[in-house]
Design a protein around this ligand. Structure first.
Ligand code: DAH
Length: 355
């Protein structure tokens, strides 16, 4: 009686499983192994049997159960693989199709510089941050160790706004350094960031624009030294100017937010304008070891953590790299200038291709 049932089930279930599609397979699984499935019913019937008979029947039923389970799994695997194949075939994308360049578009040299800097520093493990153009005077000055009546505050020709920001007087940020503060207030060391962005000063002539761009760098950790700063700047500058062994000089200076502070100079030839050659030096930014007061202002223990920071002018290094004589066309949207100095959008900045 039981043998018959087992045989019938085996003869109908196994071939049915072999040809089922996904939906039918699930239906079969429920009909066989579900709560009121036929295999489950057989197992339940064991309860009413004598011990001896139950042992023999139990072995038989479990054997069938295993066969059915294996058949279900095998079919499911086959159907899944087929479904994936079909999906891949349907979503096939021909990446060999050549792009169609738009002959009128170009990347602005400043955007290009920003992309290149991002590529170089990403490879060194930095992440990229930004902050608002409108700042309050605490982030822009006080937290950076520039006290209220200190002459350093007057050194930057600040645009003050007739407004407040975070309960403090609002300014157009005069440098990207306030993003150091924003980052240190919100992140615990180790910190390794660069901040490319717009900056503003009330200053206008052939080499100054009231709106210009800087890139800040900040590294905070345990045991960070001036050696790390110098190595980092050398690697960055020689990658950016694409000159191996570019001469880089750190020259003692003063910034309120660093101690010691240094101007960053690169070697060039004043007569020919050639970068990396000659015996002259050209200043391209400021740098130093983050002042303990700045760390403390941001709730970072200066006895445990040290760090370095730097800031470079993006127009400045862009002009130097491409031999541009004048700053003003950067913001004039002159299509002839953009065609001449712009880069194709199809050549993204990449260290693999060389910048
Ligand atoms: N914030 C300075 C400026 O705009 C540049 C600068 C100097 C930034 C030294 C730094 C630094 O981070 O360490 O003139």
């Amino acid at each position: 009686m039981l043998d018959n049932e087992l045989n019938n089930l085996r003869q109908t279930a196994l071939p049915a499983i072999k040809v089922a599609d996904a939906a039918a397979l699930e239906e079969l699984r429920v009909a066989l192994m579900g709560k009121s499935g036929s295999v489950t019913a057989l197992l339940k019937s064991l309860g009413g049997m004598e011990a001896e008979a139950r042992k023999a029947a139990g072995a038989e039923i479990n054997l069938l159960k295993t066969e059915i389970t294996e058949a279900l799994t095998a079919r499911r695997t086959l159907l899944d693989a087929a479904a994936l194949e079909a999906k891949l075939a349907a979503e096939r994308l021909d990446v060999t199709q050549p792009p169609r360049p738009d002959p009128t578009g170009a990347i602005h040299p400043l955007s290009r510089t920003t992309e290149e800097i991002a590529a170089i520093f990403s490879a060194m493990g930095f992440s990229i941050k930004d902050g608002p153009d409108i700042e309050n005077d605490w982030n822009n000055f006080s937290a950076l160790n520039i006290p209220e009546h200190h002459p350093a505050r007057a050194m930057m020709d600040t645009f003050y706004l007739n407004a407040t920001f975070g309960n403090r007087p609002a300014v157009l940020r005069t440098h990207t350094s306030p993003v150091q503060i924003r980052t240190m207030l919100n992140q615990t060391p180790p910190i390794r960031i660069i901040v490319p962005g717009r900056t503003f000063r009330s200053d206008h002539d052939a080499t100054h624009s009231p709106m210009f761009h800087q890139c800040e760098g900040l590294v905070i950790g345990e045991g960070i030294t001036l050696g790390h700063l110098k190595g980092c700047l050398i690697d960055f500058l020689s990658a950016f100017f694409e000159i191996p062994n570019l001469p880089v000089r750190l020259r003692s200076s003063y910034f309120p937010f660093t101690e010691p502070s240094m101007e960053v100079d690169i070697g060039w030839n004043r007569k020919t304008g050639e970068i990396g050659g000659g015996t002259d030096w050209l200043e391209i930014g400021g740098s130093g070891m983050v002042h303990p007061n700045v760390l403390a202002n941001c709730g970072i223990d200066p006895r445990k953590y040290q760090g370095f920071a730097f800031g470079v002018g993006l127009e400045r290094i862009t002009m130097l790299k491409h031999g541009m004589p004048d700053l003003r066309p950067f913001y004039e949207s002159d299509i002839r200038w953009l065609r001449h100095y712009g880069t194709s959008p199809l050549t993204p900045a990449s260290l693999h291709e060389g910048l």
